[in-house]
Design a protein. Structure first.
Length: 225
């Protein structure tokens, strides 16, 4: 009997994408890593000098440099936004396409970080607008710049979450075999209700199962030829 198969498991992919997002934020929260990363990405500091958020939000326990506790909490909240949006994007993909192949799953993980970084960039842009006391147009421009550059940083590092999204692909668990449904049983099948069983070698037939519509709940008798 051929057993039906379930689609690939979704929980490992969501957990892996969330873990990679947290790992990236933790690495950027380490001062030596951030210093080395900044030294090797000099041109990327130009948008930050104009007010755009730099890289992905960093998760840290103490403020960096001259920043205060309020900025630290805002940056940690941006990390939460990043992870939450990435997880929601991944879960939506798995709900709509549970049996998607590796290329689709990889692209879904990639775009999950792009969406999360863009959403976090909006929040970080609004925080920057508040710090510089920008006007209404400045708030809009900072939010738009945060979303745009956040999406660019997410696209640059999204291949990591794309690889993480492949977790669980190809792991199939079979269902337990089910008994045949009486209404779909083939004619002559002993599981078919109301039909006589297979014939004996002498030409007689075995008594069929009970017919619920028959009087006294007895199956109709068959006469031998």
């Amino acid at each position: 009997m051929r057993l039906p198969m379930r689609p690939p498991r979704a929980a490992p992919a969501v957990a892996s994408v969330a873990g990679v997002c947290l790992l990236l934020s933790l690495l950027l929260g380490l001062t030596p890593v951030l210093t080395a990363f900044t030294a090797h990405t000099g041109p990327a500091l130009v948008p930050s000098a104009l007010g755009a958020p730099y890289a992905l939000p960093s998760l840290r326990a103490v403020p960096l440099g001259g920043t205060g506790a309020a900025q630290l909490l805002c940056e940690d909240f941006a990390v939460m936004v990043l992870v939450a949006v990435a997880v929601l994007r991944m879960r939506r993909h798995l709900r709509l396409r549970p049996a998607a192949g590796r290329p689709r799953r990889f692209l879904a993980g990639w775009t999950a970080l792009i969406a999360g970084a863009a959403a976090a960039g909006v929040w970080r842009g609004l925080v920057t607008a508040r710090l510089v006391e920008a006007g209404p147009v400045g708030w809009l421009l900072h939010a738009a710049a945060g979303a745009a550059f956040g999406a660019l940083w997410g696209a640059a590092a999204g291949w990591l979450t794309g690889v993480a999204a492949l977790a669980g692909v190809g792991k199939i668990s079979p269902h337990m075999p089910h008994a045949p449904i009486p209404s779909q049983a083939a004619p002559g099948d002993p599981h078919s209700p109301g039909r006589p069983g297979p014939s004996h070698c002498d030409g007689s037939r075995r008594r069929g199962p009970r017919d619920p519509a028959a009087p006294n709940r007895e199956a109709p008798r068959e006469t031998r030829p």
